[in-house]
Design a binder for this molecule. Sequence first.
Ligand code: IMP
Ligand code: MG
Length: 172
Amino acid sequence: MPELVPVLNRKVIEDSLLAVSEQISKDYKGRELVLIGVLKGAFIFLADLIRHLSIPVKADFVRVASYGSNSASSGSIRLSKDVEIDLKGKDVLIVEDIADTGLTLEYLRNHFSTLGADSVKVCVFIDKKERREKHTAIDYVCHVVEKGFLVGYGLDYAEDYRGLPEVYHLKL
Ligand code: IMP
Ligand code: MG
């Protein structure tokens, strides 16, 4: 049986949401902000984040396929669902579960700039440093985790564990 070692509990998750959402609400006051969640992993993070913001925002989603059903990145990125909101003249905030190699975020940043967004910034739930390949600016970070494969709070291993309310290190 795989072992689940606790990494982030409800209290530290809630505290980080409060801090990050306060900063975002301040930084984007009076702007036209579109949160773009990266499916599927970011669905819970985006749902919690948007309810903590004190400014009006729009939400959209993209689906990126870079991981198969294992825990090693394939390195190639494909967009299997694009945004539906017109991004011209809007400020975009990419909402991502984990920055790992950084390849997904680099790809998406370029993609949304191409679609005519005024600005593109990045908010991640977890910044995982161990395997970073591409230096990519991350503007808002809830948690930094050095290494390991994480599950829960939207994060999966072969589609399992997404519904766990806390984050665990999965030891296979
Ligand atoms: P990258 O930064 O392009 O390497 O890929 C990041 C994506 O890989 C994230 O959006 C996650 O979906 C997935 N990922 C990376 N590390 C983990 C992990 O520890 N648990 C679950 N998914 C992960
Ligand atoms: Mg993801």
